[in-house]
Design a protein around this ligand. Structure first.
Ligand SMILES: [Ca+2]
Ligand SMILES: [Ca+2]
Ligand SMILES: [Ca+2]
Length: 162
């Protein structure tokens, strides 16, 4: 039920072409539906600094640095629930689609450290990189509805770049 809601939110907010199963050609309802299922795709698209429609690992790391500066408005190195909500509203297109605060706050201590923030974003980048070439293209962000990998099957996150 939650997944369905997320998918519909993705269709409404992002007008994914594959979502047009309502008023279309005959038989289209049998086609697999693909959609943007998470607001993090909006953020990853914004990481594409050189405009080649693909997010490289360098662009990922630069983007993480930029989003950390944006989210930690108090500058104390940790992210409070209010800071997260403000950031999610602006960057993830609102708090409805995810990722959610508890996706980042893995030890559930009500605060998100810089490490928790970086680790979660790197893990999500690795999840999207289906062909494991170290870059995420837009088509890799569009998921088959119902086929998103559950968190327990997540790949190891990329190590930090030096
Ligand atoms: Ca790029
Ligand atoms: Ca935490
Ligand atoms: Ca890739």
């Amino acid at each position: 039920m939650r997944l369905k809601t997320l998918a519909l939110a993705g269709c409404a907010a992002l007008a994914v072409t594959a979502c047009a199963s309502g008023g279309g050609r005959e038989g289209s309802t049998r086609d697999p539906i693909r959609a943007l299922l998470s607001g993090d795709a909006l953020m990853f698209v914004s990481f594409d600094a050189n405009g080649d429609l693909s997010v490289s690992r360098d662009e990922l790391e630069a983007g993480i640095t930029r989003e950390l500066a944006r989210i930690d408005t108090s500058g104390d190195g940790t992210i409070s629930p209010i800071e997260f909500q403000t950031w999610a509203n602006a960057v993830l297109g609102g708090g409805q689609m995810g990722p959610y605060r508890l996706d980042f706050d893995r030890n559930v201590d009500n605060t998100i450290t810089r490490e928790e923030f970086e680790t979660e974003i790197r893990a999500r980048f690795s999840d999207y990189d289906e062909n494991n070439d170290g870059a995420v293209t837009r088509s890799e962000m569009v998921r088959l509805v119902g086929a998103a990998r559950p968190p327990t099957q997540r790949r190891e996150p990329l190590p930090p770049m030096r």
